[in-house]
Ligand binder design. Structure first.
Ligand code: ADE
Ligand code: ZN
Length: 326
């Protein structure tokens, strides 16, 4: 199994359904409506997915819940060959944007990550991520949580949620605060918004990575600009197919983007929601585009170089990849 690097993973979105059902039972919460008859998450479209996501997240109420979640998620990632991962964390869900509470959640998440590093050899770092449809005011509070905890473990700042609501520049204050605190920047764009949404995120937020960004393909001048500037796309093909953005892996633009010189990486986004794993993403891409091990090794190395972790951590991950490929 090839060692892998994942840059785009939502921690709550990676919660196994059985884990969430367990938490709901402990708390006597009835969330049976978010599951189908086989026990998988059930949703109609992206906007319904966001509702189901938030309903599942409502079962996560304490730092201890997040500790258990982190351990469960990293076990799954490590089983797929992931050796380094970055996860989106939202103080909106972890302590209601209160800095003191957020620190407690973060402490529990980090402890679980350190245990996974010792036991499963997987390294995790965090990207603080406000939720776009919660609005720019809440994003400011989230940015303050991010700035207060920026350092060797919280290494980035992002923006997730409903891309149809508001504009990237509404969040410029938050991204400026995060940048000043030393955080590296990414933003979901070009998933439900078109190329202009990607252009706005690059221009107005000065991000170095884009979450998804795949709809840049609808404007080749933009694709060339992304390639030239070295903006990295966190591409999640299985997510895009599951949510109906593209009918199949073969119809997904990741191959074309790569051929045209864009730096693409591969991630799962919210794996159990989309019935995927990093193993499955690699297998589907290999089948759809005839990508061989060399392509995937290149993507893993590219992903390690684009990681927001400090140079020493990046170097260690690169060395592990080189050794595995030798
Ligand atoms: N939050 C979790 N998954 C997401 C996605 N694919 N797009 C936007 N926000 C999200
Ligand atoms: Zn995402």
């Amino acid at each position: 199994m090839l060692p892998k690097v994942e840059l785009h993973l939502h921690l709550e979105g990676a919660a196994p359904p059985a884990f969430v059902r367990g938490l709901a039972a402990e708390k006597k919460m009835d969330i049976s409506g978010i599951f189908d008859e086989r026990g998988y998450y059930k949703y109609k479209d992206f906007w319904d997915f966001l509702k189901v996501y938030e309903a599942a997240t409502a079962t996560l109420q304490t730092p201890e819940d997040y500790r258990r979640l982190t351990r469960a998620v990293l076990e799954e990632s490590a089983a797929s060959g992931v050796i380094y991962s970055e996860t989106f964390l939202s103080p909106d869900f972890c302590g209601g944007r209160d800095v003191g509470a957020w620190r407690e959640y973060l402490h529990a998440i980090r402890e679980a990550a350190e245990e996974a590093e010792r036991q499963d050899g997987i390294t995790l770092r965090g990207i603080v991520t406000p939720i776009r449809h919660f609005g720019p005011e809440k994003a400011r509070e989230t940015a303050i949580c991010a700035a207060e905890t920026a350092g060797d473990w919280i290494v980035g700042f992002g923006l997730a949620g409903d891309e149809k609501i508001g504009k990237p520049k509404d969040f410029a204050w938050s991204f400026d605060a995060a940048r000043e605190a030393g955080l590296r920047l990414t933003c979901h764009a070009g998933e439900w918004g078109g190329p202009e949404s990607v252009r706005d995120a690059i221009r107005d937020l000065e991000v170095e990575r884009i979450g998804h960004g795949v709809r840049a393909i609808e404007d080749l001048a933009l694709v060339d600009e992304i390639a030239e500037r070295g903006v990295v796309l966190e591409v999640c093909p299985g997510s895009n197919v599951a949510l109906g953005l593209y009918p199949s892996f073969r119809a997904h633009p990741v191959h074309k983007l790569r051929e045209r010189g864009v730096t693409v990486t591969v991630s799962t986004d919210d794996p159990p929601f989309f019935h995927t794993t990093m193993e499955r993403e690699y297998a589907e891409l290999a089948g759809a585009f005839d990508w061989d091990d060399g392509v995937f090794q290149g993507i893993a190395m590219t992903s390690a170089r684009a990681a927001f972790a400090d140079a020493g951590t990046r170097e260690k991950i690169l060395k592990r990849l080189e050794k595995a490929y030798a």
